[in-house]
Design a protein around this ligand. Structure first.
Ligand SMILES: Nc1nc2c(c(=O)[nH]1)N[C@H]1C(S)=C(S)[C@@H](COP(=O)(O)OP(=O)(O)OC[C@H]3O[C@@H](n4cnc5c(=O)[nH]c(N)nc54)[C@H](O)[C@@H]3O)O[C@H]1N2
Ligand SMILES: Nc1nc2c(c(=O)[nH]1)N[C@H]1C(S)=C(S)[C@@H](COP(=O)(O)OP(=O)(O)OC[C@H]3O[C@@H](n4cnc5c(=O)[nH]c(N)nc54)[C@H](O)[C@@H]3O)O[C@H]1N2
Ligand SMILES: [Mo]
Length: 690
């Protein structure tokens, strides 16, 4: 029997594609992009095009296991699900009734799947009901989200991505759109082909997006706010601002104008950003006069200490030139705020005991080392995440995972670096084997993912495991209903969800949110902030102890402000994703690893030759936190003082046993408690062999 089913790509990526899966006699045999989906438009990225290889990989975890070797060794023996669930429930009960209490248990997850159910429903209910510590999921987007919210408003939405095709000027600002948001890139290319739009990329690295743009502005890492303030200086100096929009739609314009005219002349901004003053002037003029203009504002620039302020500052620009007036114009950080899913009823934060502590996920190393306030962490339950590879300050994290007194459960599809440290390993389903619904952070559709094939081996979905654990813990069964009931709960949300039902989703697969066609949310100058305006001056920021006006906050590890540190570790190291992997997902697949090649460290010719390094040679990259090995790459993609190492490789496939996060810092951003992966000074020395 052959059936054709619409599934949804589960990856943590803005595109959330609609996929057409052909199932023959219970086996998925073909998977491709949905031609009828307005955003997917018939193509999948290079990673998902071979997803069936992942689903049917012989390396999948297919039964529960218990550790039999030392921690970190990855030696396990098979056990039954009953035994696994009973072991976990017994340990959780013992910890909960010990003097440390249930907060000594820490759930640890991120978005291995973006599905509303398998990422954030029964897991939250289970751990809230247990009284476990809460996790602040800050590893990716929290700095910029807060900076954007302070400025543009609580719902955190912006330009309609479908409108990108109608823009005349497009800035990829800290965004490698070609690889990380490829369906938006295709709309940008459409704008260029149809009406000669100009695409400009602002990135210290000549990324694939930068090289395919009409112009690449190679900014010094972590200095984007200074550039934005320099653009404002030119715009106001030359009276290119939109006075009418500023009066109707903003607070604090006069104060911001005074600041930028006094402090951010292009000559000074040039010293900070290492962009020529003429480039700043010309960009400002074009940005102010070519409309509609879109700033695709993404994550690259948030992973520095001043990341929150940088996003907040850039997010002021569209209001100053009136770009929000136009469909497609303005700034686009995420569309996630357009979704009114009923997240409260779904996740039930009310079940958590009052005063329960929250642990910032970027500080996992500190948490495991007992350096944070509150009880120690005695149990860790990991799902949808590979912290041994993806978290900063890796040595500290691995030291913590080695603790013999730490009880670690890992629910996974594959034997990741994190699995190696587990006491109990649970096998997880893939997207074809479980049901889910999806929003997106790059488009505006709600999507339904049915179960297309039976779970492989004994694998179980996240929710199935939490249902089993809740029974073993004797929690109220009504808190742990079946997945369809949870979908109905999630859909019973606010205005943009109205009319979107499970029945319709089953029928149609994907439904656009209740939003106006040609959505231009701030065309009239009304914003979902306290003042109802775009807050160039923010009382909320002032109350939070932050500068209420946009400003430049330098990186923590910056040669200009920390010459002492730079004397030892002179290179600013960026480590954005490698196109063949999705964070660390797919980095175990031989096919993807072969396509990706060895880990690399891209350097300027100047920095390589002063260290006697040649192209292709193995090198060690290091600082006081740790080290990793990579091949020197002299591709001409970075300026002196900057280094790039793409991608989150698995430690166990990295020469020397550690990846780039051996060097990254767990310091937090200026706001939102975000990660500072790219705020990282290192030095490089040659090796004779890996
Ligand atoms: N193929 C692929 N796609 C992905 C992912 C993946 O791993 N692989 N990951 C997904 C996830 S979880 C996320 S969060 C997004 C991330 O996607 P993006 O937001 O595109 O983020 P990055 O690729 O980390 O960084 C984008 C660019 O910012 C640049 N950058 C670094 N520092 C600075 C700076 O100070 N200023 C400026 N202007 N630019 C800077 C980097 O060099 C990089 O080229 O992509 C998603 N899509
Ligand atoms: N140096 C550096 N480090 C980074 C980044 C960077 O740019 N540079 N990027 C950061 C960013 S933006 C992010 S978002 C994080 C991402 O970090 P993670 O969220 O850890 O993402 P992945 O590495 O993709 O790991 C997700 C894991 O979830 C598993 N999984 C998938 N589906 C399911 C499921 O249904 N159930 C269960 N139980 N497991 C499942 C997958 O097999 C995979 O191993 O990494 C961060 N780390
Ligand atoms: Mo991310």
């Amino acid at each position: 029997m052959t059936t054709v089913i619409k599934n949804v790509c589960p990856l943590d990526c803005p595109d959330t594609c609609s996929m057409i899966v052909t199932v023959r006699n219970g086996r998925a045999e073909d998977l491709r992009g949905d031609r009828d989906h307005p955003f997917t438009r018939g193509f999948l990225c290079q990673k998902m095009a071979t997803y069936l290889d992942r689903v049917y990989s012989p390396e999948r975890l297919t039964h529960p296991m218990r550790r039999i070797g030392p921690k970190g060794s990855g030696q396990f023996e098979r056990i039954t699900w009953d035994e696994a669930i009973a072991t976990i429930a017994d340990r959780f009960r013992a910890i909960a009734s010990s003097s440390d209490g249930p907060q000594a248990i820490l759930p640890y997850s991120y978005y291995g799947t973006m599905g509303k159910l398998q990422a954030s429903s029964l897991d939250r209910r289970f751990f809230h009901r247990l009284g476990a510590s809460m996790l602040d999921r800050t590893i990716c987007a929290s700095a910029g989200s807060l900076g954007y919210e302070y400025t543009v408003g609580r719902n955190r939405f912006g330009a309609d991505p479908m409108g990108a095709a109608e823009c005349n000027l497009i800035l990829n600002w800290g965004s490698n759109t070609v690889n990380t948001n490829s369906h938006l890139w295709s709309l940008m290319v459409e704008a260029r082909n149809k009406h000669d739009a100009t695409i400009i990329t602002i990135d210290p690295y000549r990324s694939p997006t930068a090289s395919r743009s009409d112009e690449h502005i190679a900014i010094r890492p972590g200095t984007d706010a200074a550039l934005a303030l320099g653009l404002m200086h030119v715009i106001w100096r030359e009276s290119l601002h939109d006075q009418d929009y500023l009066e109707r739609g903003t607070t604090g314009a006069a104060a911001l104008r005074d600041r930028v005219l006094a402090d951010y002349a292009p000559s000074r901004v040039s010293e900070v950003t290492s962009i020529a003053p003429e480039t700043i002037e010309s960009l400002a003029r074009r940005y102010a006069t070519v409309q509609p203009s879109l700033i695709r504002l993404n994550y690259g620039l948030q992973r520095h200490f001043g990341g929150g302020m940088a996003v907040r500052t850039i997010a002021c620009l569209p209001a100053i030139v009136g770009a929000w007036r136009h469909y497609g114009g303005g700034a686009l950080l995420t569309t996630s705020g357009t979704y009114d899913f009923a997240m409260g009823p779904l996740t039930r934060p009310d079940l958590a005991p009052p005063g329960t502590r929250t642990i910032n996920m970027n500080e996992l190393g500190e948490a495991l080392a007992g350096e944070l306030p509150g009880p120690p962490v005695n149990a860790l339950y990991v799902y949808n995440c590979n912290p041994a590879a993806v978290t900063p300050n890796q040595k500290k994290v691995l030291d913590g995972l080695m603790r013999d007194d730490l009880f670690t459960v890992v629910h996974e599809q594959f034997p990741t670096d994190t699995v190696d440290f587990a006491d109990i390993v649970l096998p997880a389903t893939t997207q074809l084997e479980h049901v889910d619904i999806h929003g997106s952070y790059g488009h505006q559709f709600v999507m339904f993912n049915p179960r297309s094939i039976e779970p492989l081996g004994e694998s179980r979905s996240n929710n199935d495991v939490f249902r089993a654990l809740s029974r073993a813990m004797e929690f109220e069964p009504e808190l742990f209903p079946d997945d369809e009931a949870l979908i109905r709960t999630a859909l019973d949300g606010g205005p943009t969800m109205r009319g979107i039902t499970l029945e319709r989703l089953k029928d149609e697969g994907s439904i656009r949110l209740n939003l106006p066609d040609r959505f231009a949310p701030f065309a009239e100058g009304k914003f979902p902030t306290d003042s109802g305006k775009c807050e160039l001056y923010s009382e909320r920021m002032k109350a939070a102890g932050l500068d209420p006006l946009p400003t430049y906050v330098p990186p923590r590890e910056d040669p200009q402000t920390r010459p002492d540190l730079a004397a030892e570790y002179p290179l600013q190291l960026l480590s954005p994703p490698r196109p063949q992997f999705l964070n660390s997902t797919f980095a175990n697949s031989k096919k993807h690893r072969d396509a990706a090649g060895d880990p690399t460290i891209e350097l300027s010719i100047e920095d390589a030759s002063s260290r006697g390094l040649t192209d292709g040679q193995w090198a060690e990259v290091y600082n006081a936190r740790g080290r990793f090995r990579a091949r020197v790459s002299l591709s001409g993609a970075v300026k002196p003082g900057v280094a790039v190492s793409l991608g989150v490789y698995w430690n166990k496939f990295s020469p020397g046993g550690t990846n780039v996060n051996g060097t990254t810092s767990s310091a937090l951003t200026d706001m939102g408690g975000g990660a500072t992966f790219f705020d990282n000074l290192v030095e490089v020395k040659g090796l004779d062999s890996p």
